[in-house]
Design a binder for this molecule. Structure first.
Ligand SMILES: [Ca+2]
Ligand SMILES: [Ca+2]
Length: 382
């Protein structure tokens, strides 16, 4: 952390006595334990001495035969590890061809894609995945003894930053030196912006695909804030459920994270929820600016809980972490409030197993947060 905020740093240091700065824990260096891979990882094992390795005497080789599509390979560690306080998952990869790899920790913690480009071919590259604090809270029990990764490789042909990635992968992939970085806990302060306690809040919501919503004032279930919430129909298909206008809340620029509470009246199946920020504005030179389609996070909702509120959040302000890929976002949000025609919104996408089709769901307390005592002007977290 490069910034100097004396008091906060001191408080931080006291709070974090148990955590060393930049504490990394190696979870597999592939010297003694290989673990197991399924599906498209058709064959795997320790490397032979003449093959690539990143550290020590050995790495893992994986013989990949995958024709594309969303088929995962599940990697199971021989020795589970405690990932409850991890904010990064890191792994080194090597290949003779470009690819995109998505990793999900303990299956439920969606960590997103990382790319191995044509310039990376023939060299070891570290993939750094960011893990949000709220995802860790939802899946705390599972993370206490994490032992699985779910890998998706080239599920479809894609172009990113001008680089074409193929549909599917056939060839050799090497992995080595998986590690986690321990989170340095930071106390946050919150500001509610939309409480859904008043019918007028319905004017902020617009439907994309015609699913139902209404504002309700009731104590069943108990709202997490005030006396009302937004009720809506969850869906089984990948559905852009609704969009919430944030143009009336310029204070979003003074915070770095947006949160909401979600409760789904359904258990026993799977469900996921994605949060997207979209902004559009025109700069002084007449250039169109904005975020396009910025995914703040994709969350596998904890179906085992049912009928309990879960906190989802998305970080849009800068974070001092290689694994956080949205450090450009704050600038694209700030222009919105200088342009009378600028727009900014939060879109909520839901998806789930069959039993989730039209399941009742509730949303409450859209709020912002930031580290206590840290004004946005003092941010130097890049
Ligand atoms: Ca090794
Ligand atoms: Ca409320």
């Amino acid at each position: 952390m490069k910034k100097s905020i004396g008091v906060v740093s001191l408080l931080l240091a006291l709070t974090l006595a148990a955590y060393a700065q930049d504490e990394y824990v190696v979870v597999n260096d592939f010297e003694y334990e290989i673990g197991s891979f399924t599906n498209w990882a058709s064959d795997s094992g320790f490397t032979f001495p003449e093959e690539p390795r990143h550290s020590g005497e050995a790495a893992a080789f994986i013989n990949v035969i995958h024709e594309g599509g969303w088929t995962p390979s599940i990697y199971t560690f021989d020795t589970p590890f405690d990932a409850r306080n991890a904010d990064e998952f890191r792994m080194w990869v090597y290949s003779d061809q470009p690819f995109r790899l998505r990793a999900d920790l303990e299956v439920e913690i969606v960590m997103g894609f990382r790319n191995y480009t044509p310039d990376d071919v023939g060299a070891w590259k570290e993939f750094v995945f960011w893990i949000s604090e709220e995802q860790s809270k939802i899946w705390e029990d599972a993370l206490e003894a994490a032992d699985q990764l779910r890998f998706w490789i080239n599920p479809s042909a894609e172009t990113h930053d001008g680089v074409d990635y193929p549909n599917g992968f056939t060839g050799l992939l090497y992995m080595d030196d998986m590690s986690i970085h321990m989170r340095e806990p930071v106390e946050r302060e919150y500001k509610t912006i939309i409480g859904f306690n008043d019918e007028a809040d319905a004017n902020l919501v617009s439907l994309a695909n015609g699913t139902y919503f209404e504002i309700m004032t009731t104590d069943n279930p108990e709202p997490t804030e005030g006396d009302g919430f937004l009720l809506f129909d969850y869906t089984s298909g990948w559905n852009e459920n609704f969009t919430i206008n944030l143009k009336d809340y310029p204070e979003i620029l003074e915070y770095d994270r947006i949160h909401l509470d979600l409760l789904i009246e359904q258990t026993g199946d799977w469900a996921s929820c994605s949060l997207l920020l979209r902004a559009s504005w025109t700069d002084a030179d007449g250039n169109g600016r904005g975020t396009g389609w910025a995914t703040l996070g994709e969350y596998i909702v904890n179906h085992a809980r049912g009928e309990e509120w879960e906190e989802l959040s998305g970080q849009y302000g800068p974070v001092d972490s290689e694994g956080f890929t949205l450090n450009w976002l704050q600038d694209e949000l700030s222009g919105v409030f200088d342009d009378p025609d600028g727009t900014i919104s939060l879109t909520i996408i839901t998806q789930g197993g069959e039993s989730y089709d039209l399941a009742l769901a509730y949303l409450d307390n859209i709020r912002l947060s930031r580290p206590v005592g840290t004004g946005v002007g003092e941010w130097a977290l890049y």
